[in-house]
Design a protein around this ligand. Structure first.
Ligand code: GDP
Ligand code: ZN
Length: 461
């Protein structure tokens, strides 16, 4: 495939990053040569691939030095896009990098659309679709752990598993073909029991296992929505502050977050929490008071985790008991705060009300018990299992939808066999499963879907 040469500002992950103008395409090197004067005087076209060169960008109009730069030269196909790639590293910040981009565009490159570099990598066969989507997740990854999941996916873990499952289905389909074409050659009943059903069951199980991880995947990407509830003065704001201070707050740029609820992102032992706080909770205390009964019920209902705070130095009230009722059936951690003060609370009653939820005692004033609370949060959502290095996690909404459909399709095939549906009808469900799985890794996708996916990317990736 052949494309024009694109360019964009590509800011690498991490802090203290230098700004980069990235070019990709057949003209990438000639365009850079129009602007670049190396200290050695040699042209980039004459230099060997995967080398870095120091020099200056010259404005061709004025002949003046515009910027001091380092250029990374990477000739295709051993590049991210498989095309010739030139990266111009500018250390002069935003103004400098914009000036260089402008010169590059004036010299014949086209400004890249969001995600277009990755789209090229996909179209040139460098990565498959699920890997491309992992790049999106990577860009959005909010914590190290989410980053690891995205990276693992990029290495093709999910793709590998999906390919294996498709292969299994293909083998079943091949046997069915043989049965339909040569009915005397094999016995359908025998085949379905020794081969079709076991394989179909295996595929179904693997799909369901993947789907079970998808909830965790979503959490890793979007953060665990966490609501702190409790009577006035029990220490809700103190808890929020303590979690925010002890853990690196995650800066968020997620659009569409509600305005009446403040969200703080923190990373607690690798669990990204989206702490929901009412606007000005620090002053007005009460979620219900602040945003109304209906809205607060809604917030509670949508929460993944409830931190229910009680006062150790006060007796339980009707209000406390009502709170337990309101969060019934949810994931709750009970925090009994102010243990530095004399005990008034009936801990046995607390444990009764808490049922099988964890109860943690804290003194936020003296900074005690917070470690245990953090451990309880991590334990609740990872249960140790997410540490497994070789696990495959699904965190992409489109993948989850396709996996759900695949799982239903294979289920229908299995049900069909059980009730004696003609084998060529079963074949249709199996083929559908195979196609749906193919869509995850980008086999047989339509152009519009690809465009839609890649437009989600940040510019320059
Ligand atoms: P909220 O109304 O539930 O948000 O409670 P705050 O976090 O605003 O705390 C209410 C008061 O209790 C403040 O004066 C805090 O300093 C104090 N407080 C919070 N945690 C503790 C604690 O563990 N021990 C003691 N003695 N006081 C605390
Ligand atoms: Zn408060």
């Amino acid at each position: 495939m052949e494309f024009d040469t694109i360019a964009a500002i590509s800011t690498p992950m991490g802090e203290g990053a230098i700004a980069i103008v990235r070019l990709s395409g057949n003209e990438a090197i000639p365009i850079a040569d129009k602007l670049f004067r190396s200290v050695s005087g040699k042209k980039l076209a004459e230099m060997s691939s995967h080398t870095i060169h120091y020099g200056h960008i010259i404005d061709p109009k004025s002949g003046q030095v515009a910027e001091e730069v380092m250029i990374s030269l990477m000739k295709g196909p051993k590049t991210f896009t498989k095309e010739d790639v030139v990266e111009i590293n500018c250390h002069g910040g935003l103004v400098s990098v914009n000036r260089v981009l402008q010169l590059v565009l004036n010299s014949g490159a086209r400004l890249a659309e969001p995600g277009e570099f990755t789209k090229r990598a996909f179209l040139n066969g460098r990565i498959d679709l699920s890997q491309a989507e992992a790049v999106i997740d990577l860009i959005r990854a909010k914590t190290d752990r989410a980053m690891n999941v995205a990276l693992g996916q990029m290495e093709g873990r999910l793709s590998k598993l999906i390919r294996r499952l498709r292969q299994e289905i293909l083998e079943i389909l091949a046997h069915i073909e043989v049965n339909i074409d040569y009915p005397e050659y094999d016995d359908v009943e025998e085949m379905t029991h020794t081969m079709l059903l076991p394989k179909a069951h295996y595929v179904r199980e693997e799909l369901n296992k993947l789907l079970q991880t998808s909830q965790q995947g979503k959490i890793l990407r979007e953060g665990l929505s966490t609501v702190i509830v409790g009577r006035p003065n029990v220490g809700k704001s103190s808890l929020l502050n303590s979690l925010v201070q002890e853990n690196k707050a995650i800066v968020t740029d997620i659009p569409g977050t509600t305005r009446d609820v403040i969200e703080e992102y923190v990373n607690v032992r690798g669990v990204p929490l989206r702490l929901l706080d009412t606007a000005g909770i620090r002053e007005t205390e009460d979620i219900v008071e602040r945003i109304g009964v209906e809205r607060s019920r809604q917030v509670l209902k949508e929460a993944d985790l409830i931190l229910l705070v009680l006062n150790y130095s006060d007796q339980l009230t009707k209000e406390d008991e009502n709170l337990f009722e309101a969060v019934n059936g949810m994931d709750v951690i009970v925090i009994v705060n102010k243990t530095d003060l004399p005990q008034q609370i009936d801990m046995n009653r607390v444990k009764e009300l808490a049922k099988d939820h964890r109860v943690v005692t804290t003194s936020l004033l003296e900074d005690r018990g917070v470690d245990e609370l953090e451990e309880a949060i991590a334990a609740l959502f990872f249960a140790g299992s997410i540490e497994a290095k070789d696990a495959t996690y699904v965190s992409n909404t489109r993948h989850i939808a396709l996996l759900n459909q695949s799982s239903r399709a294979i289920e229908e095939a299995i049900e069909g066999v059980k009730i004696g549906t003609p084998i060529d009808i079963v074949q249709i469900d199996l083929t559908r499963t195979w196609e749906l799985l193919g869509e995850i890794i980008g086999d047989s996708v339509h152009e519009s879907l690809i465009d839609q996916l890649f437009s989600q990317f940040c510019l320059g990736k």
